[in-house]
Design a protein around this ligand. Structure first.
Ligand code: 8YV
Length: 317
């Protein structure tokens, strides 16, 4: 009988029905998140470990990377890798893999769900019906705003940003974007500054990477430019928006509304947001469909199998 390779697992693969069992079927995961003294556990149990398995949420910090002398690869379940210290990994020639493409459509779909949800007051209407207010409360349910035909501004025209933009065509929307560099392979209008994109747009959708390079890119001046009728949607990373500035802008009516799947200190969500009907709040579920989570798991296991077969990963970062 061949022994199953030992891998250091940083956090559970909890958002997929089969991934954790599949991992256990082919590998011996050392479950770091269950350990009280993580450094001692790594020093005692993981000195021979060649592979770390993690998720976009749990990531892998430099101190873990540097505490594993035999480490050769970090295989992550998720597309974003801002939580993995890729620089520390590459400095030691450790490969890093993620799960791109397979989640693009579902994350883009959710961005549209949030745009529609905020504009057409879907969650608010659901609360209204459930609490028995329909027919009981004086006056009509508050009007929403039209989505079709509006102006869609996208921050970050990568794979997910582009999928969001494509869906805009079906809603007869004019689409523009801002990113570090203008792309020469697309007809979408480019705005050279975030403020000018926000001033133009009815909807500002954040689809850029997380991490230090984009921290608080969306600040008070950008939110001011988006304005009292403007709606912001974030399916990327909470760190991209200055959350305190956004709460202030929403509370004071300087910003129209927000659809948020991610938060700066998730799972902590500012209490002020929970009291507002102009926002829709979701628990980081952009990729959380059965089909996408299974596809992400498939890609994680393909990367692991490839590494253990020939020392390469299929989707390197
Ligand atoms: C993951 C994500 O669901 O892929 C990403 O970058 O943020 C999500 O798809 C989740 O973080 C898995 O850990």
């Amino acid at each position: 009988m061949t022994t199953k390779p030992r891998v250091l697992q940083i956090g559970p693969l909890a958002g997929s029905p089969s991934a954790q069992e599949r991992l256990q079927a082919s590998y011996t995961p050392l479950e770091l998140w269950k350990q009280e003294d993580k450094a001692a556990f790594i020093a005692r149990e993981a000195q021979d470990v060649r592979v770390v398995v993690t998720t976009a949420s749990f990531g892998c910090p430099a101190d873990v990377i540097n505490a594993l002398p035999k480490l050769e690869a970090i295989c992550s379940w998720g597309v974003g890798y801002d939580s993995i210290d890729v620089e520390a990994a590459h400095a030691r020639k450790v490969l890093v893999s993620n799960t791109p493409d397979v989640l693009t459509d579902c994350v883009a779909d959710l961005a549209w769900g949030l745009m529609l949800g905020v504009s057409r007051r879907i969650a608010q209407g659901d609360r209204y019906v459930r609490e028995g207010s329909w027919g009981q409360v004086h006056g009509a349910f508050p009007l929403g705003v039209r989505v079709s035909g509006k102006k869609l501004g996208i921050v970050g025209l990568g794979r997910i940003g582009e999928a969001i933009a494509r869906r805009g065509t079906g809603f007869d929307m004019d689409v523009r974007y801002h990113s570090r560099r203008q792309r020469n392979d697309t007809d979408y209008g480019y705005e050279a500054s975030l403020e000018s994109l926000a001033a133009w747009a009815d909807y500002l959708v954040i689809a850029t990477v997380g991490g230090p390079s984009t921290r608080h890119l969306i600040n008070a001046p950008v939110l001011d430019a988006l304005g009292p009728q403007g709606i912001i949607v974030n399916i990327a990373r909470g760190s991209v928006i200055d959350e305190a500035a956004m709460v202030e802008a929403l509370s004071s009516g300087k910003l129209g509304g927000a659809g948020l799947d991610v938060f700066e200190h998730e799972p902590k969500v500012p209490d002020a947001l929970k009291k507002m009907d102009s926002v829709v709040l979701l628990p980081h579920v952009g990729s959380a469909t059965l089909e996408t989570r299974e596809a992400m798991a498939g890609m994680l296991f393909d990367n692991l199998a490839s590494f253990f077969a020939d020392g390469k990963v299929i989707t390197p970062v």
